[in-house]
Every structure is written in structure tokens, then in C-alpha cells.
Design a binder for this molecule. Structure first.
Ligand code: URA
Length: 437
């Protein structure tokens, strides 16, 4: 990035790092300058790494977090759907194992006359990315121009596509730095990162699915609650009607963890079936997204059972070049793990199963790596289910059988068959709390 040699800089990065290191507060002009100077390359990665670690250790107050969010938002373009003639409402999940909810949710909400401009990303590490999942559908295209996106929202009311590099570019740079400096899990940095992108996307309303539990970014519900409250306040301050659901990520969502298998499971939900937890969360988030734009008197579940959500899905998949009837990719090899005894499945930890699917090829270790769309894990039982010795518990799928050993290592000790009556370790209800007006 070019820097102007003659420019007189307003601040010195070292002074700001000292201030945050010593638990001081950064002013609005200091934060604006820091993000601008980092985006244009004047402040280097080594200085920003020190700053993010100081923020990680010492935190930021609400005013600083808001300034950071606005500075990142102002580093790029801000989209507007004002001319669309329909309210816009979106959802963002902080990421979890088997979290395919965006797929059935987008068409379901669009059925009721709201438009869903869902700008998504790819997965890194054990949490999958929505674009990776949809790219399992033959022909489906993630990259749309702003004009194509607008036209699709106008005609069908829903789009899921890649977020362009023009939205909050400061976040792209900062997130990559945080990823390699151990500074991802800081609430001020997560909140500003997510909200700068979502506000830039131009949605009028936003529902945040903030996960807690073993498979989530933030494990304890208290920290997830703080993140949710921080993000809801940031959204409201920026004029976006925002609420959050705190949801349980101790156990994988649904039965499918991967890409093609998650599309398959989403289509089952759109056909009026699918796993109970996926349906429950999809319906709750749809009701919340619609309520934020004033659409309350509707029977959301009926659109799953009467085919309207499925028709919408088929329309939007076709609009992006996908063939909703084409067979999804199937892995060359499978490995089935069976129950070693009769009993009740009392534990199934989300994180190890996410890591297992990743090691099978469903996720990527580096940004530039491809994913294997057919790789992943299909669960055959969920916590609380009675199982019999020899019954399949889960199936691993991969193109290369050499991947099975490392995936099996990841899930070792992550599931347990107990005796009837033993407590089931699922972390409690799926939807723990709502935060918002
Ligand atoms: N997702 C983001 O976009 N940013 C974060 O910091 C964490 C999750």
C-alpha cells in the first residue's frame, strides 16, 4: 500500500501502544488515526500486533469499541439497499460446528417479504464457512457484482454471496494479523470486527447468533453475553435494529458436519423435516429477523412444511447458477464407528467433532487451501439417544482413507455411552437467552 512521504502524521503508534499497554484510554482521533494509518500501511504489522495484544490484555471501554468499529467501517464502502422497496434483515453467527442455519434461514425469511442480504465468508479452522458449503452445489457462484446482488434481492428477496474486499478492508488486514498473534478472542476486537462488516453490508436489521460452549469461540456464557450486549449496542448506535440469541454450542448442530452433507441436511429442513435442533434454531432466528422489521403476524413454520421456503431456495440457488436438482458430491471412502455397548449416548462434544471433520478435508488450515466438499462427519445418534452395541454412531467421509486416523484421534474421548438415568452432558437448552430491545 502506498504511503505519502510528506504527510505529517497526527500521532505516533508507539505512544498509543504505551497508553494501551499501561491501561489508558485511546481518544476518538487516536483510534481513527490508528486504523487509517494501519490500513494505508504507515503503521506496521509489528506495531499493530503489539496494540492488539495490549487490547486483548487490558480491554477497551464502550466508547473506544464504538470508535474502533466506526473507524473500521469507514475504512471502506458502505452498501445501501434503500432503493429496494422492502425491509432488509440479516443474521450473523459467531460460528459453530454443524452450523448450517443460514442455508434454510435465508429462503425462509424471504418468503415473508423481507430481503436477506447475506454476505458470507469461507471457513478457517474447525468452523465451516457458508460459501464453502454452498459451493458443494454444482454450478453455484459465490461472487456477484453489487448490481447482481441488488437485482436478486429485488426479484427473490434473498442472496448469499461473498463479501467484497471493499467492505471494512481494515478488518480483513486486522483479522489476518489477530489470527497469527493469539489475539482473536478479545471482545472489543471480535465485536468491532463483526459489526463493522455487518453495518457496512447495509442491512436495516440484524440478529446475532452468539454461541457459547465447547464448540464456540467464547466458551462461557458470561463472556458470550458480554459480546452479545456489546454488539447489540454497536448495531443500535449505528441505526441497525439489532438483537441477539445466546445459543448452546456444546453439541454439534444437527447430524451433518461438513459441506455437501450440511447442504443435504438443510434441504431436509426446507422439505419440512430435518433435525429438531436445526429446525428450532432456524425458526427462532427467522421469527427474530422478521420481528425486527415489524413482520410479526406470520406462521414461520408453515413455510417449511408447505413448500414455500423450498421454492424460494430453488429460485435463489438457480439465480446464482446452481442446480438444486444436481446430485451433491459423495466421498470416495467412508469409515463407520459403532457403539461398543448398549446404553445412552450421554456426551458428544462439538469441538472435537468439528476438528475431526476439518481433518477429513471439510475445512482448511490456510486461507488459500481448497476444501473437499464431500468430506465430513455424519452423526447417527445425538446425546440422550438410546443405543445398542454395534449400532453406527457416526460415519467419517473423505476422499483419502489416510485421513481417518487423525480424525479418529480428534474425536477420541469426545463421546461417551453411559447407563440409562445418567445425566446427559449437552449443556442445557439450545436457546439460552435473548438480548435486545
Ligand atoms: N468473526 C469475525 O468476523 N471476526 C472476529 O473477530 C471473530 C469472528
Amino acid at each position: 500500500m502506498s504511503t505519502n512521504q510528506n504527510r505529517i502524521e497526527e500521532f505516533d503508534a508507539v505512544d498509543l501502544i504505551h497508553a494501551k499497554r499501561d491501561r489508558g484510554e485511546l481518544s476518538t482521533p487516536q483510534i481513527d488515526w490508528l486504523i487509517d494509518a494501519y490500513t494505508r500501511g504507515y503503521v506496521g504489522d509489528e506495531q499493530m500486533a503489539a496494540m492488539t495484544m495490549a487490547i486483548f490484555l487490558n480491554g477497551m471501554n464502550r466508547r473506544e469499541i464504538k470508535d474502533l468499529t466506526m473507524a473500521m467501517l469507514n475504512s471502506g464502502e458502505r452498501m445501501s439497499f434503500a432503493g429496494l422497496g422492502k425491509p432488509t434483515t440479516d443474521k450473523h453467527s459467531t460460528g459453530g460446528v454443524g452450523d448450517k442455519i443460514t442455508l434454510p434461514l435465508m429462503p425462509l425469511v424471504a418468503v415473508f417479504g423481507a430481503a436477506v442480504p447475506q454476505l458470507s465468508g469461507r471457513g478457517l479452522g474447525h468452523t465451516g464457512g457458508t460459501l464453502d458449503k454452498l459451493e458443494a452445489i454444482p454450478g453455484w457462484r459465490a461472487h456477484l457484482t453489487n448490481e447482481e446482488m441488488f437485482a436478486q434481492l429485488q426479484e427473490f428477496g434473498g442472496v448469499i454471496c461473498a463479501a467484497g474486499g471493499g467492505l471494512a478492508p481494515a478488518d480483513g488486514k486486522l483479522y489476518a494479523l489477530r489470527d497469527i498473534t493469539g489475539t482473536v478472542e478479545a471482545i472489543p476486537l471480535i465485536a468491532s470486527s463483526i459489526m463493522s462488516k455487518k453495518i457496512a453490508e447495509g442491512t436495516g436489521a440484524l440478529v446475532l447468533d452468539v454461541k457459547f460452549g465447547s464448540g464456540a469461540f467464547l466458551k462461557d456464557i458470561e463472556r458470550s453475553r458480554e459480546l452479545a450486549r456489546t454488539m447489540v449496542a454497536l448495531g443500535e448506535d449505528a441505526g441497525v435494529a439489532t438483537s441477539a440469541l445466546l445459543t448452546n454450542m456444546n453439541v454439534p448442530l444437527g447430524f451433518a458436519i461438513g459441506n455437501a452433507n450440511e447442504v443435504r441436511e438443510s434441504v431436509e429442513v426446507l422439505a419440512g423435516g430435518g433435525p429438531k435442533d436445526v429446525v428450532e434454531l432456524t425458526v427462532a432466528l427467522a421469527q427474530e429477523m422478521l420481528a425486527l422489521v415489524g413482520i410479526t403476524d406470520v406462521d414461520v413454520e408453515s413455510a417449511l412444511t408447505d413448500g414455500r421456503a423450498m421454492d424460494k431456495w430453488r429460485d435463489v440457488i438457480r439465480a446464482q447458477g446452481g442446480d438444486p436438482d444436481a446430485p451433491l458430491p459423495v466421498a470416495r471412502e467412508t469409515h463407520v464407528v459403532t457403539a461398543e455397548r448398549d446404553g445412552v449416548l450421554v456426551e458428544q462434544q462439538a469441538l472435537p467433532f468439528g476438528i475431526g471433520a476439518w481433518r477429513l478435508g471439510a475445512g482448511r488450515a490456510r486461507k488459500q487451501d481448497p476444501v473437499q466438499h464431500a468430506a465430513g462427519i455424519d452423526l447417527h445418534a445425538k446425546p440422550g439417544d438410546t443405543v445398542r452395541a454395534g449400532q453406527p454412531l457416526f460415519t467419517l467421509s473423505a476422499d483419502e482413507p489416510e485421513r481417518f486416523a487423525r480424525a479418529l484421534e480428534a474425536v477420541e474421548g469426545a463421546y461417551r455411552i453411559g447407563d440409562p438415568g445418567e445425566p446427559v452432558l449437552d449443556g442445557g437448552p439450545l436457546i439460552a437467552e435473548r438480548i435486545g430491545r
